[in-house]
Each structure stands twice: as structure tokens, then as C-alpha cells.
Design a protein around this ligand. Sequence first.
Ligand code: SF4
Ligand code: SF4
Length: 534
Amino acid sequence: MSKVAMGARELALETLDSVKTTPTSLIKFQSNGRVIVFGDDEAINLCANFSEPLRVTRVSMSGSRQSADPGEAIALKKRQIKIEGHLGKFTVRLVDADDITETLQADIILDLNPQPLIKMEILPPGYLHESATGANSKTLENQLLEMTGEFEKPKYFKYDASICAHGVNGKTVCTRCIDACPAGAIGSLIEKIEVDPYLCQGGGACATACPSGAIQYVYPRLADSGNRVRKMLQAFRQQGGKQAIVMFHAETEFPQELLQQHASILPVRVEEVASVGMDLCLSTLVYGASQVVLLSNDEIPKLSLTELERQLEWLQTVLGSLGLEPQQISLQAISAEFTELKPGINVEPAIYTMPENKRHAIFQAVDHLYQQLDQPQELVDLPQGAPFGTATINESTCTLCMACVGACPGKALQDGSNREVPEIFFIESNCIQCGACTQTCPESAITISPRMIFDRERRNRSRPLNKDIPFACISCGKLFAPTSVITKITDQLKDHYMFNSTRAMDRLKMCEDCRVVDIVQDPEAMTGNFDPLN
Ligand code: SF4
Ligand code: SF4
């Protein structure tokens, strides 16, 4: 390996470390040593004589006694166990078949069952699951003692409910962050989500999955991460470094074999690999990396891995259609071996400042790549679940009721400024493919499909999706409703017995005022006709 190459990497990594990031707030825990231990009789008895400040309540999964004596174990006795909370604030409910509940409080849970009682890939802070087989009383006691006292951890996320697509008009629309969280830290509040900062352990898959950027990872922020990488790559090039391979990893020790084999590998340590979204991957590529690799290890929760793979699928489709090698951004299991890709097309490195918003970051990177291509294709269809795409409206069934416009959290669907002419406009760059519009439309007239338009002007343009002409009252001439609504109502009611006269049918084509006057003047209407428009 040449000295120039090694020097370039050294300087690049020094630059990376020197770039300051915005601090985030801290979440505090206070644990006073109250422990509830679950397990069979033999296992829980390992904890019978722990010393202060540990105060242990033992719950026997197998025992039959149920005693008020605090020195004795509580028997589960076929009761259901419900555990909520986190270090310093656990609530355990033992619920019997008659719904009679015994409630216990604890700072720490010690679970000595073969499988943890909580079915989460990441257990809450303060929840220790240990196999009872071969467990040692002293070791367990020391582990619990380490969990007493005051602790703090970063608040990893920021949430903006105003652009969240979780709930629209009482309907659940987007649950991507909830589904991607391996810690079960995100819940629904019907119209928005709620992240429990105590349960959140910074996995970051929520922000990677979020189509709108409503939930953001802030440890560090996207803009800080992007700017660190940009400056690192600039320093690398200035020192003669070429074909940089940026590897995002969460290892304490990066494999030395890899560094020795490839002078162009620039390891970037992150808190969690799943927090590296497609925004940062793509930006890293346009900032001058020839390859971007997300290095996974056995500790990444399966949910997070699945989310990364799902996101990479659409990103690699975008890369391929821009003439790049899709594998220039990839997810790989960490190992001592690594195969470099052959150099691809030459992309002039970007120097712009990293945007704060994930969608802006992706579009800016796409624009940078698109400008450099000779004969690029205009757009690409993306796999289902991609957060970009189009919407179309079936004009023959759409009544221009504007329900979709009101439901659209991305402001992709908008109504026209001319109130006299009902019209729906669409801005494709704003569409996050959440499906709120399709769920809301009473006529099932709108469909969405994932794709990306590469031309910025076309992507940002407001284009009409459907337009009606206003209907003029046949009596006074006032414009009062979309023509499509009047056509639909007259069609639906033409065979109704209450509209078998021409006069009754004509009333459907009148504004509200004229309709009332006509009903009063029509002796037939006064004997029981009804007004379908009211
Ligand atoms: S828009 Fe983002 S924050 Fe809102 S529910 Fe969907 S993934 Fe979660
Ligand atoms: S147009 Fe439909 S899919 Fe697109 S953001 Fe608006 S509601 Fe969601």
C-alpha cells in the first residue's frame, strides 16, 4: 500500500473527527435497586440473598405458593404477565382469568426464563434477560448492581407531527416507523405517533423508513453527518486519495485486515448502521465516494436489516437507471474480505452543503448525478414501498369532492386558486406515496404508483390531475357545483319515483336558493318530495 494512499486516509479520518456535530438533549434514568426476578424456583432462588441496595421480589413461574410474606416468592399461578416501562420505572401486572390484577413496581427486571417474557428484538433499558442455565448468583448480583444509580443517554430522534402521515381523518395511514422499530418504542396516538424516549435506544430504522422526514435521527443530525463525510472526502482527494470506499459501521474496532488490504477504505463509525438512511448513502456517493457500504453485523436487529434492504431496493433501482452500478451502494456483512467494484462512470464530486431534510438531500443528490449524464432517462418506476411517486385520477369517477386534497399530508395534492372551477393539482416531488388519498377517496378514483422523475423542473411542477367546469343554475345562472356532481346525481335519481316529473329533475340543476323557491311553488313537491342536494 502506498504512503500517499495511507496519508490520504489518515488525513481524511482526522478531518472527519474534527467536524463538530450539534449536540442533542439527554434522557435521564434513576434506578434505586428494586428488582423483580422471573424464572422457575431454582433460578429465582439464585437471587434470594442479594445485598442492599438491591431489593428483590421473586416471581416463580412454576411455584404454587402465593404468599404475602415478602421473603417468599410470588407464584404466577396461571396469571398473565404484563410488563411496561424501563429502567427505574417498570410496572408489572399479574392478571388472573377474572381480571384481578396484582401490580408490582420495579427499577430493574431480571428475566431468567429460557425466552424473554417481552417479545421485542431490543429489550427495554433495565430489562436483563439471562439464561438460568449455568447462571452464577454473584455474577447476576454484580450485573444488577451496575444497573443501579443515575444514568443518562442521548435523545436520538426529533419528530415533526405536521408532516407525519400516520393518521389522517381518523384513519391509520402510515405505520412504517412503528413497524421498523425493534424496541417497540413507537406507538400510535391516532393522528400522530409518539416515541417513548426512554425505550428508544437509537436504532434509527424509524428515520430510515420514514417517507416524509417527520421522524429524524439526531445523533448526529443528517446535515452534520453529510457535511462530515463531504469534508472527509474532500480531504482524501486533496491528499491524492482515489476511488474512496466509505464504509459505515458500528464496530468498536474496525477490522485491520480490511484497512491493510485497501488504502481507499474510509471507515465511518456510526451509532447504529440502520440509522444511515438512503439520504446519507446517496449524498456520500455524490460527495465523491466510488462505493458506499453499510456493514452489518450479528447485532443488527432483523427488523432493522429488513428495513435497510427495503430502502436499498429502490435506491439501487435509481442508481441503475442513472447509469451507475447499483451495487455502488450496498449492505454487506462485515468480514475480513472485501471485493472492490471496478471503477464506474466518473462523477464530478459535489461540494454543496448537506440539506437538513431527507427528501431534499435525496433530490439534490439525484439532480447532481442527473446533470452529469449524457442521455439520461427521464424517470424510473420504483418498487412498491418507495417514498416517491405519482398519482392519477380517473376523471369519469372523480367528483372533485377534494377529500384527497384535505387528506394529503405531503401537500402533493392541492386545489386550484380559482374557487369557481374545481381543480386538483399535483406536485410529484411532494408525494410520499403514503396512500392517504387512496384511502380517503369515496369513489376509489385515485391511484398512486412509485417512481422518480429525474428532471427537477418536471418533478417540482404543479400539474392538473382533474378539473371540472362549474355548473350554472338553470334558473338564476349562478355557478354552484361541479358539473360532475350534478351529472352524477341526476343519473342516480333519474329512475327514482320522486323524480319522475321533469320539474323535479330540473330542480336538481338549480342552486340552493332557487331550489327552495321552486319546491314552495310546486304543489307536487309540497306533498312529500325531498331535496337530495341537502
Ligand atoms: S410519516 Fe414518518 S413519522 Fe409519520 S408514521 Fe410514517 S414513518 Fe412514522
Ligand atoms: S398524493 Fe396521496 S400518496 Fe401522495 S402524499 Fe398525497 S396522500 Fe400521500
